[in-house]
Design a protein. Structure first.
Length: 99
């Protein structure tokens, strides 16, 4: 899909796979030019049967209202056979610039 603004159309269609271009493709090419071994990673990630990303509530992994380090978050997610790939502070939950 060339125009990123049309990505909502993929939610209405039952397409199994699509690529938002040129952003994703240009990043892929840049990374591939730096490290040819990255192709193996993308071969897995970009297949229809590849890994899936789910959003989970932090309370599943760590106690809320208690300061924890990101390392502690990572350790906790591993116990559930998950991997933490990021987080969002609640004070920024409605701030689209802090995605």
């Amino acid at each position: 899909m060339y125009n990123v603004r049309n990505s909502e159309l993929t939610n209405m269609a039952s397409a199994d796979d699509y690529i938002i271009s040129p952003n994703l493709v240009s990043k892929f090419i840049s990374q591939l030019s730096e490290n040819k071994n990255i192709k193996k990673v993308y071969d897995v990630l970009l297949t229809a049967d590849g890994p899936e990303i789910f959003l989970r509530q932090a309370s599943i992994f760590v106690p809320l209202n208690t300061p924890v380090s990101y390392y502690e978050v990572l350790q906790s997610t591993l116990k559930f056979q998950c991997v933490a790939i990021g987080y969002r502070l609640m004070k920024y939950v409605h701030d689209q610039t802090k995605l």
